[in-house]
Design a binder for this molecule. Structure first.
Ligand code: IPE
Ligand code: MG
Length: 224
């Protein structure tokens, strides 16, 4: 969800207004994915393990805002049969944010529509390091042998073992990098970059990105 800050600055507004505008767009993206049909997971990178480097004011705003958003949107998302899951690491994340996320997860856990993964205090390297530490502990306890550590086994120790591999990795705002998002899961993702700041992103822009994705020839290292 990149470009919120620039969008606000272009309008002479504080960066926080960009985050407010971006939140509305995220909800539009949920609706657009539901309308598309066939989209099972939508993962939103809303706060990274590196975002703690921002000013204390912005960090404080983003924490409070994440909590507010979950509380304000969860009932509507629930009505849309959306299953909300939190993907991220616990240390450092505000306890009140974790509480809202867990309540939203509990409320929507039996929903069968779109899964919305809120990636908050998420980092791809942190996720892999956390998985490695958990696996090492399991080996120490004698519950697992080091020889059993395979690619499939590593997937089982990630924050959400049920998260499928990424098909379409879409980044707005003009930046062309992953910035540590879903590193393991994106090994064969199709990258689509758009020169549109996230608050300006529309359902049409999403459909356009999906059409580009549909034109790609996915071989997964094989030959057709
Ligand atoms: C994305 O917008 C939202 C978060 C990472 C919280 P940015 O805040 O990164 O906006 P820019 O990139 O500074 O414009
Ligand atoms: Mg940014």
């Amino acid at each position: 969800m990149d470009g919120n800050g620039r969008w606000a600055q272009e309008r002479g507004m504080p960066r926080t207004e960009g985050h407010r505008a971006g939140e509305k767009v995220l909800m539009n993206m949920v609706d657009a994915c539901i309308d598309l049909g066939g989209v099972e997971w939508l993962s939103a990178y809303t706060f990274s393990t590196e975002n703690w480097r921002r000013s204390p004011e912005e960090v404080r705003f983003l924490m409070g805002f994440s909590r507010e958003v979950m509380r304000a949107e969860r009932d509507q998302l629930h009505e849309k049969n959306v299953r909300i899951v939190w993907v991220g690491r616990r240390p450092r994340l505000w306890r009140s944010v974790i509480r809202e996320l867990e309540e939203a997860e509990e409320l929507t856990k039996n929903n069968t529509g779109l899964t919305l993964a809120m990636c908050i205090n998420y980092g791809g390297r942190a996720e892999i390091a956390d998985a490695a530490r958990q696996m090492a502990k399991a080996v120490e306890r004698g519950e697992m042998r080091s020889g059993e550590i395979t690619e499939a086994q590593i997937s089982n120790w990630l924050y959400r073992p049920d998260m499928p591999d990424v098909d379409l990795f879409l980044r707005p705002s003009g930046e062309q990098r992953t910035s540590n998002f879903l590193l393991w899961q994106s090994a064969y993702a199709e990258m689509v970059y758009r020169d549109i700041l996230f608050p300006d992103f529309t359902a049409e822009d999403l459909y356009d990105a999906v059409l580009e994705y549909a034109k790609r020839d996915r071989r997964f290292g094989g030959v057709k």
